[in-house]
Design a protein around this ligand. Structure first.
Ligand code: NDP
Length: 281
């Protein structure tokens, strides 16, 4: 019987701990500013969820909604103002951005110390160099979840399937920092199934419904499913065929209720960390 790694339960633990830490703070509460450009319905849901999560733990949150035709220069100007605002400890630019705006230029304009998404090149460098910094929320949450369940990572063969800048690459860097032996697979990997079968820790972030099947998984492996997809029946499923894999692995994250809730919980953690760092300076 596999252990179900519930991100939903762990996110509750993280939020409760944040509430306690906020109540002990001297001075202002942590503040998160979210910039949303345009009116993407999914973005509106995510931003609403972030705002609600901030309120629950006693953070200040400010959502700045801008029309889709806002120029890049105006967005960079706004980021500059928020960088100088002492009540704002974290700045998040909700993706996707309209095509005329460079995600890289906007991400690089956020002060690294307020970059709670962990996308700024300085934070990416700090992550790979093993230094302190703010690191992407989803992979940070996964490492937190594994620690929470006392799953040892040291010396384990970890395979990360997917190499995006948001999940796959930072996940690999964090597992390396946990002393795993890390392999990163992607769409050009030869014999992906063989690679998967060698993994003690298998982390899948691809975006293909139930692509990882039972015979791809090493018996006793820990399986973390980042994928969030709709299958042909419209049901939300991960990248792993959960029911098939369940009794082969030793632990697995469900979809939904696995990795999903960790992302916002660790956005809050990053905002708290940014605030703590700013008041220590
Ligand atoms: P991207 O589309 O940016 O990256 C997907 C990666 O998967 C790429 O590196 C791609 O390889 C690789 N890939 C695609 N097809 C295959 C294949 N057949 N075999 C092996 N590798 C393959 O996605 P994201 O990293 O942003 O997201 C991945 C999934 O995680 C999505 O379902 C997304 O919805 C979900 N997600 C969930 C989050 C959460 O909070 N739970 C947060 C973020 C994402 P290549 O580089 O060669 O193209």
């Amino acid at each position: 019987m596999a252990l179900v790694l519930s991100g939903r339960k762990y996110a509750r633990v993280v939020r409760a701990s944040l509430r306690d830490r906020v109540s002990e703070l001297q001075g202002s509460a942590p503040g998160l500013a979210v910039i949303m450009v345009g009116d993407d319905p999914a973005s509106r849901v995510y931003v609403g969820a972030k705002e609600k999560a901030c309120k629950k733990v006693g953070f200040n949150s400010r959502v700045i909604g801008l029309p889709a035709e806002t120029s890049e220069a105006d967005i960079l100007g706004l980021v500059g103002e928020l960088n100088c605002d002492d009540t704002v400890h974290g700045i998040l630019v909700q993706l996707p951005l309209p095509d005329h705006i460079s995600v890289d230029r906007v991400a690089s304009a956020v002060l690294p110390e307020k970059d709670v998404d962990g996308f700024h090149p300085v934070n990416v460098g700090r992550l790979w160099r093993g230094e302190e910094g703010l690191f992407p929320c989803t992979p940070s949450g996964i490492v937190g979840l594994l620690h929470h369940h006392d799953i040892s990572m040291r010396g384990k063969n970890a395979l990360v399937v997917g190499r995006s800048n948001i999940v796959g690459k930072p996940m690999a860097a964090l597992l390396l920092r946990e002393n795993c032996t890390v392999t990163v697979a992607h769409s050009r990997t030869v014999d992906l199934m063989g690679q998967c079968r060698k993994a003690d820790i298998l982390i899948v972030a691809v975006g293909k419904p139930e692509m990882i099947q039972r015979d791809w998984v090493k018996p006793g492996a820990v399986v973390v499913d980042v994928g969030m997809n709709r299958n042909s029946n419209g049901k939300l499923v991960g990248d792993v065929a959960y029911n098939d894999v369940f009794d082969v692995c030793s632990a697995i994250t469900p979809v939904p209720g696995g990795v999903g809730p960790l992302t916002i919980a660790f956005l809050l953690e990053n905002t708290f960390k940014a605030r703590a760092k700013s008041s220590a300076e």
